[in-house]
Design a protein. Structure first.
Length: 216
């Protein structure tokens, strides 16, 4: 049992060591040789460098053969070095969502994205100089896609919990994230979440009474 801080003590289901080229989990990257292993803060990590052109990603399949159950709550955990400015995009295809975060003085959003208006920020976030953990609670779907998500029937949702799920780490084009030093990940972990409502956020309602705002 391991204790990630946001959800209490959780049961570890699967762990990917991204800094080891011999890690046995299924692996894909785009384009070929998009990522490389570097030593950061004294530990090996997999990095998507921002000194080569184009969009890029690497992906691992986690939870294969681990008895995953559709509809059950899990916690996805990504351990990364908080050493230099980085923009990181995390896609969890088992729940078909994508989230992104940035560290240091990166601009946050893509500067020149197609189709949508950008929302760049000018923030100089303090950095710890240590490894940090990004976490996300999700409920596993009963059917979901592999690497590419469907817009029509070209990429079907043909995976089930027995197949595990793909976790994708992506990086913007260098011109879209000019200050980022590239996404970097040490480990990807999948935990079994506690039973609901143990993971519900506590709601603190305002006081009621004469002269006070009444709660709904």
């Amino acid at each position: 049992m391991l204790p990630p801080p946001a959800f209490g003590t959780l049961k570890l289901i699967d762990e990917v060591n991204c800094g080891v080229s011999s890690d046995p989990h299924a692996f894909q990257e785009f384009p070929t040789n998009a990522s490389r292993i570097e030593t950061v803060l004294g530990r090996p990590v997999r990095v998507l460098p921002n000194d080569t052109p184009g969009r890029k990603y690497f992906a691992y399949r986690v939870g294969y053969g681990k008895g995953l159950v559709a509809g059950k709550a899990y916690v996805l955990s990504v351990e990364y070095p908080d050493d230099v400015p980085r923009t990181m995009i995390i896609a969890n295809n088992g729940a078909e969502y994508t989230r992104a975060f940035h560290t240091g003085n990166t601009v946050g959003d893509a500067l020149l994205p197609p189709y949508v208006n950008p929302n760049p920020e000018s923030l100089d976030l303090p950095q710890t100089g240590t490894f940090q953990t990004w976490q996300s609670l999700f409920h596993l779907h009963d059917r979901y896609p592999s690497i590419k998500r469907p817009r029509d029937t070209e990429f079907p949702r043909d995976l089930t919990p027995a197949d595990g799920l793909w976790v994708i780490v992506a990086q913007f084009r260098p011109e879209d994230a000019p200050l980022s030093r590239g996404a970097a990940v040490a480990k990807i972990r999948l935990y079994e979440a506690p039973a609901a409502p143990d993971y519900y956020a506590q709601v603190r309602l305002p006081p009621t009474g004469p002269g006070l705002i009444q709660s709904p």
